[in-house]
Design a protein around this ligand. Structure first.
Ligand code: MG
Length: 227
């Protein structure tokens, strides 16, 4: 049965800690429902599993899989004294942030343990060995320009033609929020490899061009030959 992403149908969404709003969650679900028919999806920065829930439910419907990569030690903003620090996420054995226990609860309660494949690692460490084509890449790890760029550079080559490249926290002006994700989003657009689709709140949505979108090669050759 097709799952309808609304708060009334999925009370888990509201109970999971995270920074994704309902509209963004529904869009993630819809894009993953379209993409995961062809190959697995992959997210970077799963935190407590809010986006994992949305992407994972769609992958489950298609009998597909979602790889969820996070070191689970929190980004800069989640550390003690920072804006998004949550003392409930401190591991009392190590006195470090540990979101993995909460993340596991989310996927267990949502019955996604046979769909979501957690990878506890820095994304670039994992990327060094990765060989699996993916249909959707959601980048929501560290939000500095450097972190977002490294995630983009390390993973974008695995995205299939027509696959979706998604960035969370796209703020077009500095007064709204940090500019790291937006600047990498702009770089991706400048590459010419992507089509820009409508955003949903702060969720930027690009689609990798396919061969059918390429310039007509025979026309180019004719021009070169005549010069
Ligand atoms: Mg985010």
């Amino acid at each position: 049965m097709r799952y309808n992403m609304s708060l009334s149908d999925q009370p888990e969404f509201d109970t999971v800690k995270g920074f994704l709003d309902e509209g963004e969650g529904r869009r993630l679900y819809e894009l993953a429902l379209s993409a995961s028919k062809y190959a697995p999806c992959l997210e970077i920065g799963s935190y407590c599993g809010k986006s994992t829930l949305c992407l994972g439910l769609a992958c489950k419907e298609n009998g597909s899989a979602l790889f969820s990569i996070d070191h689970h030690r929190g980004s800069e903003d989640h550390q003690p004294g920072e804006a998004y620090f949550d003392p409930a996420l401190i591991d009392l054995n190590t006195f470090q942030i540990d979101t993995f226990q909460t993340f596991r609860q989310t996927i267990r309660k949502s019955e996604l343990e046979n769909t979501v494949i957690p990878i506890v690692s820095r994304s670039q460490t994992c990327a060094r060995y990765w060989q699996i084509p993916i249909s959707l890449l959601f980048i929501d790890g560290g939000h500095s320009f450097r972190d977002v760029f490294v995630d983009y550079q390390a993973w974008v080559g695995h995205l299939l033609p027509d696959g979706y490249l998604l960035f969370h926290d796209i703020f077009k002006t500095p007064d709204k929020g940090g500019q790291g994700p937006y600047h990498v989003y702009q770089l991706a657009m400048a590459s010419g490899l992507f089509k820009e689709l409508p955003t949903t709140n702060t969720l930027g949505v690009l689609q990798r061009r396919s061969l059918a979108d390429a310039p007509n090669v025979s026309t180019l050759n004719t021009k070169e030959g005549s010069s």
